[in-house]
Design a protein around this ligand. Structure first.
Ligand code: FAD
Length: 454
């Protein structure tokens, strides 16, 4: 075993964020009727239920979660709550040039509204509006950061913020990102939902969805819900609407968390402004401080398993953890005494345009939002608003957006999906080795508006 394999293996194989989960709520038994049924107890479903009750306090809302609130991507992510609705500016500009400014404004309003809700409902989720620091670790990345506009930091300036020998430059977006404890946000949203009257059932997978005279019928293992409308926030899991399944693939992303840094260890890297940090490679890392000054360090590998498979066994991947450990010590050699305490992975709902898509089914009685591709912590609240607008049947600013009206290109069936994704992953790694130069395969995908990311 290498040193990095040993260090990663010593960590507990569970998500740090989910350690203090509240006791489970009861599961659904028997029949229920409601105005709105929400399926999925991650950020998508929780924001939908909360905003529905804020909009229509008199309407009854039921939320069905197949496992536990926030157990999936919502309780496993890096906790970067970003304003961007489009998986970053470059992707938004490339895909929606005509409405990019509107999407940026809506994204900034969305992040402000999340902060306001956290305050209004008194949710203790370690919300820190630190902004985000993008760093260049290869020469070719420096110019794109310089050209991006915003607060460009040269080598000395970026290392004065956070001292890594790998940094060549940085771009600090002081407004567009907060770091949060994602599971505490999810649990706090669930509690706020219940205070407004939402009935939440955990360990209640919805097994079927059908049209009915009054709206829709949702079957569960031991019950049934008759709802006027339904909203689906089921992310990377197989959609209850079969025709949506080709639009996303589950992509596994992995994270390590260190023990809390001592004051001296923290001082050795600076990081006084506590920004969320991301590097600028195709296979990028993201890292941030927790409230008790651990470092969460994740990203790089984005693993797809043949046949869109999702298995609890995939949450652990020793080879990726060892790689992350080695990259961590390259980034912060000053922290050679630091150990890792937790390691985990989780499935991301990747779509080929990297940002969410939306729509309705069952004669407008069901709405869905899917495909956040690794940047759904903030954007899922926007997606919740879109679903409620779609269900209202009215034309609104959100339902008029091209981003809402247009769908991404679906992934092909197997074995093409698997082969295509492996070729793309290989090409992205090559591009990182070749000063960012994209090979013919990536340029062909770019021209077709297709991509693979986490
Ligand atoms: C390791 C990792 C790091 C990430 N880092 C970031 C980050 O820093 N910033 C960021 O913005 N995003 C990040 N993401 C992505 C982000 O976590 C997701 O975009 C976001 O949490 C999606 O929320 P969701 O509610 O759509 O999905 P989920 O949290 O996956 O929730 C879906 C829920 O639906 C339930 N469900 C599915 N099917 C059914 C059914 N039939 N019946 C009942 N329930 C069902 C599931 O049990 C699950 O709880 C990361 C993701 C991972 C895995």
């Amino acid at each position: 075993m290498s040193r990095f394999e040993r260090l990663a293996a010593a960590a507990e194989p569970k998500p740090f964020w989910l350690l203090d989960a509240p006791p489970p709520r009861r599961s659904l038994r028997g029949a229920r009727a409601c105005s709105l049924a929400v399926i999925g107890g991650g950020f998508s479903g929780l924001w939908t239920a909360l905003l529905a009750k804020e909009r229509y306090p008199e309407r009854s809302v039921v939320l069905l979660e197949g496992n536990r609130i926030g157990w999936a991507a919502t309780g496993r992510n890096g906790g970067f709550c970003e304003a961007s609705l489009t998986h970053g500016e470059d992707n938004g500009l490339a895909r929606f040039p005509a409405e990019f400014d509107v999407l940026q404004r809506l994204g900034a309003e969305n992040l402000d509204a999340i902060e306001a809700s956290v305050r209004r409902y008194g949710i203790d989720c370690d919300f820190e509006r630190t902004g985000a620091l993008s760093v260049a670790t290869s020469e070719y990345q420096v110019s794109s950061l310089r050209e991006a506009g915003g607060m460009f930091l040269d080598t000395d300036a970026v290392r004065a913020e956070v001292d890594s020998p790998t940094y060549l430059a940085g771009l600090w977006d002081t407004e567009g990102c907060a770091i949060i404890h994602p599971a505490k946000l999810a649990w706090g949203l669930a509690a706020a939902c219940e205070r407004l009257g939402v009935r939440i059932y955990e360990r209640t997978p919805a097994t079927g969805l059908a049209s009915s005279a009054e709206g829709v019928l949702i079957r569960t293992r031991n019950g049934v819900v008759a709802a006027r409308k339904a909203a689906l926030g089921t992310s990377a899991f197989p959609s209850l609407i079969r025709r949506l399944r080709p639009y996303t693939v589950p992509v596994y992303d992995y994270v390590l968390v260190t023990s809390p840094l001592s004051a001296a260890q923290l001082a050795s890297i600076g990081w006084r402004n506590r920004q969320g940090i991301g590097d600028s490679g195709h296979q990028f890392h993201y890292y941030r401080l927790t409230a008790d000054n651990r470092i969460l360090f994740g990203g790089h590998d984005a693993i797809y398993h043949f046949g869109r498979a999702i298995r609890s066994g995939y949450d652990q991947r020793p080879a990726t953890f060892a790689k992350l450990a080695s990259h961590f010590f390259e980034t912060f050699p000053q922290l050679e005494d630091v150990s890792f305490t937790h390691r985990w992975g989780g499935a991301i709902d990747t779509c080929s345009r990297f940002c969410a898509f939306f729509g309705t089914a069952h004669h407008g009685h069901v709405a869905y939002a899917l495909g956040y591709t690794g940047l759904g912590v903030g954007a899922s609240r926007f997606g919740a608003r879109v679903m409620l607008d779609l269900l209202s049947g009215s034309r609104t600013e959100l339902t008029s957006l091209e981003m809402v009206r247009r769908k991404p290109i679906p992934f092909p069936p197997e074995p093409l999906a698997y082969l295509g994704i492996q070729a793309t992953r290989w090409s992205l790694a090559q591009a990182d080795r070749n000063s960012g130069r994209r090979n013919l395969w990536l340029r062909t995908l770019d021209a077709a508006g297709l991509g693979y990311d986490s």
